[in-house]
Design a protein. Structure first.
Length: 364
């Protein structure tokens, strides 16, 4: 914490030395106040992007004028004091106007706890009572929740995420607005839905998040049909595998493959040697969790398999071909499959002599 704080102060003072105001804001300050670590550093400033270009090297600027600065290996996201107008598709502002006052900038932020600022002298600026809400463990929106949720529907999921990960309670008017405008999540891209949901799914307090999603009937706009029967697993993929959304949400090829492999194990005997042999251990353990089977028992059974792949069989394709003077690849492959089966059911020892004797007796 000390190292990152030193770099934060240095960045703020470099901006101030050029005649501009600058403050840390958002999640870092919220967690700093709570004595928790956070490496996600946002800075708001009166300096414009071109001003920041003159102050720092190694920066990039996105289409919304946000500057990403890499300073001593730490990424800072820096934005000029601004006001956002006319939100498009309940998500993105169509117009951004730079402003002079810090308070005007902070009004556009979502929750009071995320609007607290930290100065280069490590003093707090708290216009909206964020520290008081943190002390009371309340997620409270800045301004009227009804209006703020209609501006950006992602705030619905962010509210639930913070209530889950911080174990806070939603302020009453915010709860009422989520109940009323939860349907706006239909307009939110599945990319953003997935990103926020995974933060909820990875929380040790996941059951609270799932309860809130159900309470507000958000399972419908989120396409989470099976959420009420969900078994909590240590793996996020284990959660997704139960929700039947692999063709809806934007999963990577690896995630999709793992989810489908887990689904294929539905109602299969996870202790069967052939099932263990033909699946990756991670897949088996997640499938076990979903079915309330101790994954350690699966690991133990898996590790006691005589073979885990054909590479473990102590006779190979070429040796069998030579032994039988046979070049029929289909026949030799069938022999290998037979050997696999016999080893897995403990009817054949995996040593060269036993394998040779078995092949000669049955196939020569």
């Amino acid at each position: 914490m000390f190292s990152i704080l030193t770099n934060i102060v240095n960045v703020l003072k470099k901006i101030e030395a050029s005649g501009f105001k600058a403050y840390v804001v958002g999640g870092f300050v919220r967690d700093f106040y709570r004595n928790k670590e956070n490496s996600d550093v946002d800075i708001c400033t009166s300096a414009k992007p071109d001003d920041l270009k003159r102050i720092f090297d190694n920066i990039s600027i996105d289409q919304y004028g946000s500057v990403v600065l890499n300073y001593n290996g730490i990424n800072f996201e820096i934005t000029t004091f601004r006001r956002e107008k006319k939100y498009l598709d309940n998500r993105h502002p169509t117009k951004i106007k730079y402003v002079k006052k810090l308070k005007t900038d902070l009004k556009r932020r979502d929750f009071t706890m995320n609007s607290i600022c930290l100065t280069s002298d490590l003093n707090y600026i708290d216009y909206f009572g964020g520290r008081n809400d943190i002390n009371k463990k309340i997620v409270r929106m800045i301004g009227k929740p009804e209006k703020r949720l209609k501006e950006d529907s992602l705030r619905i999921l962010r509210a639930i995420r913070f209530a889950t990960t911080l174990d806070f309670e939603l302020e009453e008017s915010l709860k009422n607005s989520i109940k009323k405008y939860g349907y706006l999540l239909n307009n939110l891209s599945f990319f953003y839905k997935k990103r926020e949901l995974e933060k909820i799914f990875s929380s040790s307090n996941i059951k609270k998040g799932l309860s809130l999603i159900s309470e507000f009937n958000l399972d419908v706009p989120l396409n989470l049909k099976n959420i009420k029967n969900l078994v909590v697993t240590n793996s996020i993929i284990g959660i997704w595998a139960q929700l039947d959304v692999v063709d809806i949400y934007p999963f990577t090829k690896e995630e999709t493959s793992l989810i489908k492999a887990i689904k294929r194990l539905d109602e299969k005997d996870l202790f069967d040697s052939h099932i263990l042999y033909n699946n990756e251990l991670i897949t088996l353990k997640i499938a076990a969790e979903i079915r309330n089977i101790n994954p350690n028992l699966i690991s133990e059974k898996y590790n006691h398999l005589k073979i885990h792949s054909r590479r473990d069989i102590l006779i190979n394709f070429i040796e069998i071909s030579s032994l039988l003077n046979c070049s029929d690849k289909v026949k030799i492959n069938n022999i290998m499959s037979d050997i696999e089966h016999m080893i897995l059911i403990d009817k054949l020892e995996n040593n060269k002599q036993s394998l040779t004797d078995y092949i000669l007796k049955k196939y020569s």
